[in-house]
Design a protein around this ligand. Structure first.
Ligand code: UD1
Length: 342
C-alpha cells in the first residue's frame, strides 16, 4: 500500500501541476515534483504549502537528462507518475518546432524508460484537445479520428499518445491514461495559486487579466472573421481545479485497477463552446471592468472551434465539472489582483 502513495509529478511547479499537487495532498497522496523551472517559479510550491499545509519534495532537474532523473527514481518508490512537464505555446512551436520535438518527446522517453527500469506501473499523461485539429463534428469525443496536427505543439501530443499506446502494447503490466485537456483556465478558489508563467503569457485568460490590471496595454483578439457565431474562435474553457480533480480520479482508477485496458484516453472539457468575445464579456461581468481590446490578425496554428464531449470521463472516472465560465474568470481575476506588485 505504501508504494502506491507517492506520486511523481513532473512539471509540478507549473500551472496545472501545482493545482494537481494540492488535490493529491487533499486525497492523502505524498508527492515528489520534478521541474526544470523553464517556465515556472519555485514560488508555486510555497502557494501549494500555504493552501495545503504540506511541503512539496521537489527537484529542479531537466527530464531530457535521463541520468539526473534516474537519481531521483533511485531515491523513491513511486506508485504512479503524472507527467505534465512540456512546452505548451502553440505559436512558439510553429516558429521553433525542434525545441518542441526535442523537449516534449525526449522527456516522455525518459519517463517511460525509467518507469520500466523502476517498475512504476501507472502513468497519467497531459495531452490536449489540440490533437483533434480542425474538427468538423462538434462536440468532439475520443472516437474521433485524429487528423494532421495544426502545430508542432499539437503534433508532440499526438506523438506522445502513440508512444504510450506502443509502450503499453509491449508492457502489459504498465497502465497509462492520456487526458486531453481543452482550455484550462482559472485559479484556486482561495486566490492563492494560479497561472504565473515566467515567460510572456500566450494564453487568453492571463492576457485578459493582465490587460485589466494594466500589465499589458491592450488585448489583441487573434482574428475576427472566423466562421463562428461572432467571428472569433471558439474554445472549451475549463477550470484548472476541475482538471486537477480529474488527475486524482484517473490515478486512483489505475491504482485501484478499475481499468479494463492498459492504455486509454479521456477528454476533459465542460462541453460548452465559448468565443473569445464571450470570454471577454464574462470577464467584464465578474470584474465590473471594461477591457481594452482590438481585433487583430489570425494567429498561426489556431483552430477555428473545438469543444468537448466528456461523457467518457464522467462515466468511467466519475468526474464532473464544478465550475462555470464566470467562476473561471472570477478566480483568475482574484489571483491576478493578489499577485499585483509581487
Ligand atoms: C491551445 C490548445 C490547448 C492547449 C493550449 C496550451 C488548441 C485548440 N488548444 O489552446 O489544448 O492546452 O494551447 O497553451 O489548440 N487569443 C486571443 N488573443 C490572445 C490570446 C489568445 O484572441 O492574446 C485567442 C486564441 O486565438 C484562441 C483563444 O484565445 O482562439 C484561446 O487561446 P489560448 O488561450 O492561447 O489557447 P489555445 O491556443 O486555444
Amino acid at each position: 500500500m505504501e508504494k502506491k502513495k507517492t506520486i511523481l509529478v513532473t512539471g509540478g511547479s507549473g500551472y496545472i501541476g501545482s493545482h494537481t499537487i494540492i488535490e493529491l495532498f487533499t486525497n492523502g497522496f505524498d508527492v515528489v515534483s520534478i521541474d526544470n523551472q523553464s517556465n515556472s517559479s519555485l514560488d508555486a510550491y510555497k502557494h501549494v504549502e500555504r493552501i495545503s499545509g504540506k511541503k512539496v519534495d521537489h527537484y529542479s532537474v531537466d527530464l531530457c537528462d535521463i541520468d539526473a532523473t534516474r537519481k531521483i527514481f533511485e531515491k523513491y518508490s513511486f506508485g504512479g507518475i503524472i507527467h505534465f512537464a512540456a512546452y505548451k505555446a502553440v505559436g512558439e512551436s510553429v516558429e521553433n518546432p525542434l525545441k518542441y520535438y526535442h523537449n516534449n518527446i525526449s522527456s516522455l522517453v525518459t519517463i517511460l524508460s525509467l518507469s520500466k527500469e523502476f517498475s512504476v506501473s501507472n502513468l497519467i499523461f497531459s495531452s490536449s484537445c489540440s490533437v483533434y485539429g480542425n474538427v468538423t463534428t462538434l462536440p468532439v469525443d475520443e472516437n474521433t479520428a485524429l487528423p494532421k496536427a495544426e502545430s508542432p505543439y499539437a503534433f508532440t501530443k499526438q506523438i506522445g499518445e502513440v508512444m504510450l499506446d506502443d509502450f503499453c502494447k509491449i508492457n502489459s503490466d504498465f497502465n497509462a491514461i492520456a487526458l486531453r485537456y481543452f482550455n484550462p483556465v482559472g485559479a484556486h478558489e482561495s486566490g492563492l495559486n494560479g497561472e504565473s508563467p515566467i515567460n510572456k503569457p500566450n494564453n487568453l485568460v492571463p492576457i485578459i487579466t493582465g490587460t485589466a490590471i494594466g500589465k499589458i496595454p491592450q488585448l489583441t483578439i487573434h482574428g475576427g472573421d472566423y466562421p463562428t457565431r461572432d467571428g472569433t474562435c471558439v474554445r472549451d474553457y475549463i477550470h484548472v481545479s476541475d482538471i486537477a480533480d480529474a488527475h486524482v480520479l484517473a490515478m486512483k482508477f489505475l491504482i485501484e485497477k478499475r481499468n479494463t485496458q492498459n492504455y486509454d484516453v479521456f477528454n476533459l472539457g465542460t462541453g460548452k463552446g465559448i468565443s473569445v468575445l464571450e470570454a471577454i464579456s464574462a470577464f467584464e461581468k465578474v470584474s465590473g471592468q471594461k477591457l481594452n481590446y482590438k481585433i487583430g490578425p489570425k494567429r498561426p496554428g489556431d483552430v477555428i472551434a473545438v469543444y468537448s464531449d466528456s461523457k467518457k470521463a464522467e462515466t468511467l472516472l466519475g468526474w464532473k465539472c464544478k465550475h462555470d465560465i464566470e467562476s473561471m474568470m472570477r478566480t483568475s481575476w482574484l489571483w491576478e489582483q493578489n499577485m499585483k506588485g509581487k
